[in-house]
Structure formats: structure tokens, C-alpha cells
Write a protein that binds this ligand. Sequence first.
Ligand SMILES: [Zn+2]
Length: 185
Amino acid sequence: MTSKKTKPLIRTILEWGAVGALAIAAYLWFSPPPAPTLAEYVIAAKTKEGGHVRTIPSGNIDLDGFAANCKNTPLVLDNNFSDHAAAWPQSNFIIINQKYFAALPKVQKLFTFYHECGHIAGLRSELNADCYGVQQGLKLGWLDQKGLDQLCAYWRPKKGDAAHPPGKKRCERMIACFNKSAKQN
Ligand SMILES: [Zn+2]
């Protein structure tokens, strides 16, 4: 065997190695990370962001005068979190970014909180979590027709992303949930 003939073989091995490495990288990249525990999240957030994190074990939070609570789910207040809020149902805690929340009208704060609560209640779909938020609003008395209009004015122009359907669709579903739940109440 000449060296000319072994070269392509080596290259092939290297190429397959590269393909394999890429496949592993893609798998790691696209597979969802395991849910952190609350303690793990807090430690990571403090390390990364300089300690602007507070935990509320009782889950009680005042949102513009409304005493909100999601099944006593502990809350983590993290002003460096990348979104308004998020829920980790697997490890049972909710993250709230109060810096982003501060800019929201009261009804939107409450809707966001109870949308996350919908995820804690086991709803994976964003539309179902929206519906849960609306139902809680009617049940707890923080949502009326005017509030629903306000929510839709906020959501309708939003484009949506990989995880969330377009705002127009979300709003249609919220209205349907509102009308159905309002009839039942
Ligand atoms: Zn959601």
C-alpha cells in the first residue's frame, strides 16, 4: 500500500470523526437542558450575574396591589433573566424579572404570572397556559372585558417565536377562553 492510497483512508476516518463530533454537538445543542433545581438556578445566577437574585419560598408576591400566589410555588426574582418570567414545572419554581415587570400594566403582570402558573399546573402548550391565565383572572377577579382588551392590545402585534405562537393567535384564543369561562361563571 502506498502512502497515496492510505491518505484518503485517513481523511475518511477524520471526516467521519468530524461528522460524528458534529452530530454529538448538534444533539447536545438541540436537546433541552435538564431542569435546574431552585438552588442550582440561584447559585448559577449569582455566579454569573453578581447576586441580583432573591428567593420567595412562600410564593407570595404583590403585583400592583394584588396578592398573587401560584399554588405556593417558590419564586426567584432575577432582574438579569432574559425574559419577563419563566416556569420550571419539573423542579417547581417560577422566575420573575421585576425589572421587566415594572414596565407592564397591572393586568399584564398578573396575566404573565398566571400564564407561568399554568405551566406549573402541567400545561405545556403556550396557548393552554394563556387560557389558564385568563381563567384564573376571571376566577380571582383581576380580569374583566377592559383588561382583556388591554391584554390583546399588548399581544396582538407580537410576532411570536420558536416557543410562542403569533400574538394574534394567542389573543384569539384568550378571547375564546374568556367568553367560555365568563359564561360558566
Ligand atoms: Zn409559557
